[in-house]
Design a protein around this ligand. Structure first.
Ligand SMILES: [Zn+2]
Length: 129
């Protein structure tokens, strides 16, 4: 609906949708907020695009765990401190850090998934024809 007002180059690009979603913005206009709570997707208050119709399901937690596991946990295992320090000290410091990293990354990844769905929405292809 509103996408008709966008320039042709900006219409439903995967990179654009994922970039806007990862920035926690509406993938359709890039202005409105994607969430009204921590992970509760809302209808855009700027362009009116119903962002709730893009199902993210289990993809955001999966990709978040994948990213945190590969970018944080795996490199952390190369530090000798992890293997030499008291296990309770390691768990007491590493687990809260991993929790914070995971909870901080989850909305970003979910936004990117919603942006991907926005870009690949099949109904849009019908409207274009
Ligand atoms: Zn919008």
């Amino acid at each position: 609906m509103i996408s008709a007002s966008l320039p042709a180059a900006e219409k439903r690009s995967v990179a654009l949708g994922m970039k806007r979603g990862a920035a926690l913005r509406c993938p359709n206009c890039g202005e409105g907020h994607l969430y009204r709570k921590y992970l509760k997707v809302q209808v855009c208050e700027v362009c009116g695009n119903d962002n709730t119709r893009y199902p993210a399901d289990d993809a955001p937690p999966y990709f978040t765990i994948l990213l945190v596991g590969h970018l944080v946990v795996a490199p952390m295992l190369f530090f000798p401190w992890i293997w030499q320090a008291n296990v309770w000290l390691v768990l007491g410091t590493v687990m809260p850090a991993l929790l914070i990293a995971t909870l901080a990354l989850l909305p970003v990844v979910k936004g990117a998934v919603v942006g991907l769905h926005w870009a690949l929405e099949p109904r849009h292809a019908v409207e274009e024809a």
